[in-house]
Write a protein of this length. Structure first.
Length: 185
């Protein structure tokens, strides 16, 4: 049950233009956006952060895989469902998306990245040896700029996970459960 109301994207109000832009870009207004629209400034901030990362070095598919690993670590079904749907549209098959939810991948480099992402979430970015954690990424060819973008993507997705948990956002994508016995608590 949704705990924070959605804003009707077709109704006049402070978020009308922002939601119209979302609808034009995506073809629809997902419930998360309609719920964030209760605070137009928050929706704008989310879209700016997300939009800025679109221009980064990480591929769209890898950004979705990171989102899946964060959703799995935080057990966010809304984000697991949305990002599985988006990842599939980018060519990530359903088996790979399911592995990504538990910080695994068929690609060794992606596995290292997703394990790092899951550890960041689980440990709240506090490592006994941050240098070693970052060196594992560097060892598989991840650059300093990519490390910064990975952390930014984790941060953005933690926000949406927490928001959707608290808002109880109704899932408007094909349902994917994030809860497995292999997901971090």
């Amino acid at each position: 049950m949704q705990h924070i109301a959605t804003i009707n994207p077709d109704a006049a109000g402070p978020a009308t233009e922002i939601l119209a832009t979302v609808k034009k870009k995506l073809g629809t207004v997902p419930n998360m956006f309609a719920t964030l629209a209760n605070s137009p400034s928050t929706l704008e901030a989310y879209l700016a952060f997300s939009g800025g990362l679109e221009n980064g070095l990480l591929s769209k598919a890898l950004r979705e895989q990171i989102a899946l690993a964060v959703a799995g670590a935080n057990q966010c079904d809304y984000c697991a469902s949305a990002h599985t749907f988006i990842a599939r549209s980018l060519g990530v098959d359903s088996g790979e998306a399911a592995r990504n939810l538990v910080a695994e991948s068929g690609d060794p480099k992606t596995t290292v990245i997703l394990k790092f992402v899951s550890d960041v979430v689980r440990n709240r970015a506090v490592f006994s040896d941050s240098s070693a954690a970052l060196d594992e990424l560097r060892h598989v060819g991840v650059t300093e700029a990519e490390i910064v973008e990975i952390i930014a993507n984790v941060s953005l997705n933690i926000f949406t996970n927490y928001f959707n948990h608290l808002a109880g956002t109704d899932i408007d994508f094909p349902l994917v459960s994030s809860k497995t016995d292999r997901v971090a608590a």
